[in-house]
Ligand binder design. Structure first.
Ligand SMILES: Cc1ncc(COP(=O)(O)O)c(C=O)c1O
Length: 410
């Protein structure tokens, strides 16, 4: 043991922290991708694993940032944000989700991305020993921070048989009694499932009955197509009395690297978050917030993105079906989620999604994201790189041919 080894908090596992901290799956995928490219330098990798938009932000949003970046008034600490952004967010919520009576200064607060907001939520609400209910597979940040703080995570599997909604009736009573928060995410990453009014009503009922605060992560909220109209948890009767929601500009407006999101909810929840946030960061650059105002005032930008994703799904879904994957087109997000094959006609057995994903990567130079948390599935994203509609068609044809050559059995 050297000088540094006993410095890591016991809460995090002390010296074992370095060993127990699982390598983030996406790091592993990145490494496997690099190796596959190195071994096959003459074949172009088809990357279906990307979790962010392929296009840059709309040129008017970028212009707005350039203009605002030059202004002296924007140079300083933004602290807990600018009212102009909160007002634009309130208008956006009314226009897209029909949310009324949102007071911009009391019910909305920005964050440096929803990842940052999700990391601060356990700091606001979780005591050591508290349980946080989170859906799996899913975005792990709220769960990881819960554990960093001495809380416990109870996983709610999203099974295909339950249409990728958690079965709240299966949670044991003793778990419910210790539960403080319920994290849900619809449209869902990675399953692509969209929320329904009935599901949200069930969640409201569950939260009331069991005194559990609902954290609704709407990072993909407005990416909707094929007749799905964006639905907010807070628009459901009683929703705003038991929950808060997080919206992000990352995916809806192709602004992942810009880091801009906001929380909306009861003033008491916003106040708690604002105090923790005030101690943690000094706010997103005002120039970015002002560009964010432009984005929120132009939701047709998201509609354009959603239409483009929908068209790409219209190419991808039939191609995956021809290969043998059982899959329906999603109606929100940019992900589709397919059950894995059992193996290949040549006799190779594939036992889980991680094996299948690696097999496809190494043999076909196609990157996907594997999930083995609740059944074994691969996530394909339609944010693949292709500059024109013609290139999209060519790429999906190539993807299909490469997958067909693997001779999967299902
Ligand atoms: C479900 C979900 N929530 C939140 C985030 C984080 O988004 P942001 O860029 O706003 O931090 C992601 C990013 O992939 C996500 O998939």
């Amino acid at each position: 043991m050297d000088f540094f080894d006993d410095k890591i908090a016991q809460r995090l596992g002390g010296i074992n922290f370095y060993n127990t901290n699982k390598i983030y799956k996406f790091e592993k995928i990145k490494k496997a991708k690099k190796e596959a490219i190195k071994r096959n330098p003459h074949i172009a990798l088809i990357d279906m694993g990307i979790g962010e938009p392929d296009l840059p932000a709309d040129s008017n949003i970028i212009k707005m940032l350039c203009n605002e970046a030059e202004k002296k008034e924007n140079k300083g600490y933004a602290d807990n944000g600018i009212l102009e952004f909160q007002e634009a967010a309130a208008k956006y919520l009314e226009k897209i989700y029909g949310l009324k009576n949102i007071n911009p200064s009391e019910n909305i607060l920005h964050g440096i991305g929803s990842k940052s907001i999700l990391s601060m939520i356990p700091l606001c609400f979780v005591n050591p020993g508290d349980i946080v209910l989170t859906t799996v597979p899913g975005y792990p940040v709220i769960g990881n921070y819960t554990e960093f703080l001495g809380g416990t995570v109870y996983n709610l599997p999203l099974y295909k048989e339950n249409n990728f909604y958690p079965d709240l009736s299966k949670i044991p009573k003793d778990i419910i009694e210790k539960s403080k928060l319920l994290y849900i995410n619809y449209p869902n990453n990675p399953t692509g499932q969209i929320p329904t009014k009935e599901f949200y009503e069930q969640v409201v009922h569950f939260a009331y009955k069991n005194n559990i605060l609902v954290i609704s992560d709407a990072a993909y909220g407005a990416i909707a197509f094929d007749g799905y109209k964006p639905l907010s948890f807070l628009s459901i009767d009683g929703g705003s009395e038991v929950g808060l929601e997080i919206h992000s500009l990352s995916k809806a407006f192709n602004m992942t690297g810009w880091r801009l999101a906001f929380m909306v909810g009861h003033s008491k929840l916003i106040k708690a978050y604002s105090i923790i946030k005030g101690h943690t960061d000094s706010g997103q650059f005002k120039g970015i917030q002002k560009a964010g105002v432009y984005a929120l005032n132009h939701p047709e930008i998201t509609d354009r993105n959603a239409k483009r994703y929908s068209k790409r799904f219209d190419l991808l879904i039939p191609a995956l079906r021809e290969v043998g994957f059982e899959i329906n087109k999603p109606r929100g997000s940019f992900y589709c989620y397919v059950p894995i094959p059992k193996g290949t006609k040549s006799g190779i057995l594939l036992e889980n999604a991680e094996q299948v994903s690696l097999f496809i990567l190494q043999n076909s130079l196609i990157s996907t994201v594997p999930w083995d948390d609740a059944g074994s599935f691969l996530r394909f994203s339609v944010t693949f790189e292709a500059d024109t509609p013609e290139e999209e068609i060519k790429l999906i044809k190539e993807l299909k041919n490469r997958l067909l050559r693997l001779n999967f059995i299902f």
